[in-house]
Design a protein around this ligand. Structure first.
Ligand code: FAD
Length: 265
């Protein structure tokens, strides 16, 4: 099975701040990482390759620094990686992003596409459904397990709030891996060294894709952010209880909650 995995290069949200005046992310000096949920998409793809053969290609639309993320994907075992990078792709909303990704994938040989459930920096969860729609293929979200049934069909299990659902899909199809669905494998140094010795990471610009400038980046994005509002910071009292045992802690907590009028007895 030939699988394409879409990964997003995102600011490490544990160290990112927002400019309160402009409402934009302060990206300078903030290290980026592969969107953590995309590691599950990579793991599912690589497990399928281990069991049924084929290839895994990682793609990302991002600035040149995302090469590091693709090196990580190669280190996990991907065969090929494509970095889509061009100034005309900057400022893309989900429509323009999914269009560019879908156009890229349509140039590749693929049976299955895997994406993460959502990103940690924009979290719309639009991209998977939109890419599948551009390509006119079926898609399924919240996937936790996949098996190849032969004859161009896959079985996939997804986790909803309180139930599992099982599906059979005809390939080509797109799956969005559920958060925490796998234990992503570690990077192997021997795989990662391939990035140094071979031209394994391909850089595609809009010259390669030849997309209309009006359909990509800011020009191809009908979404406009009019205003960014901030949730007011709640002042914390920062009171720490240092009990001798659980009973004392419970008594202390109940007393505090009554004092704060959060509990009535
Ligand atoms: C008006 C507007 C302007 C914007 N301008 C910018 C900007 O200048 N710079 C900027 O960084 N963002 C910008 N964004 C955010 C940008 O639209 C999103 O980052 C992008 O479309 C992906 O959406 P998401 O992160 O919500 O992905 P989701 O739909 O939550 O992601 C689901 C999955 O899709 C895949 N995926 C998502 N994005 C990519 C990608 N780029 N490459 C490969 N796979 C991917 C991953 O597997 C991911 O887990 C802008 C958004 C709007 C609305």
């Amino acid at each position: 099975m030939d699988i394409v995995v879409c990964i997003k290069w995102v600011p490490n949200t544990t160290s990112v701040n927002i400019d309160q005046k402009t409402g934009t992310l302060i990206r300078s000096g903030v290290p980026s990482v592969i969107n953590p949920h995309d590691l599950h998409a990579l793991e599912i793809a690589l497990t399928l390759k281990d069991r049924f053969g084929g290839s895994v290609t990682a793609i990302t639309m991002a600035p040149p620094s995302a090469k590091l993320g693709l090196e990580h994907a190669i280190g996990m075992g991907c065969d090929r990686a494509i970095l889509l990078t061009d100034m005309v792709y900057a400022g893309a909303d989900t429509l323009a992003t999914s269009y560019t990704l879908a156009k890229t994938i349509s140039k590749l040989k693929f049976d299955l596409i895997l994406v993460g459930q959502e990103t940690v920096d924009s979290s719309t969860a639009h991209i998977g459904a939109q890419v599948a729609s551009w390509l006119h293929i079926p898609y399924l979200y919240y996937v936790v397990d996949v098996n190849y049934l032969g004859d161009g069909k896959i079985w996939a299990k997804r986790l909803l709030e309180d139930a599992y659902e099982e599906y059979e899909l005809t390939l080509p199809a797109l799956l969005a891996a559920a958060m925490h669905s796998t234990h992503p494998r570690r990077v192997k140094l021997s795989y990662k060294l391939r990035c140094k010795s071979e031209q394994i990471i391909e850089v595609w610009s809009n010259k390669t894709l030849g997309l209309e400038a009006n359909c990509v980046g800011l020009k191809g994005s009908p979404t406009i952010v009019r205003k960014t509002s901030f949730v007011p910071e709640v002042p914390r009292k920062k009171i720490v209880c240092k009990p001798k045992d659980v009973e004392q802690a419970a008594e202390w907590l109940i007393k505090r909650l009554i004092e704060e009028r959060l509990l009535k007895i």
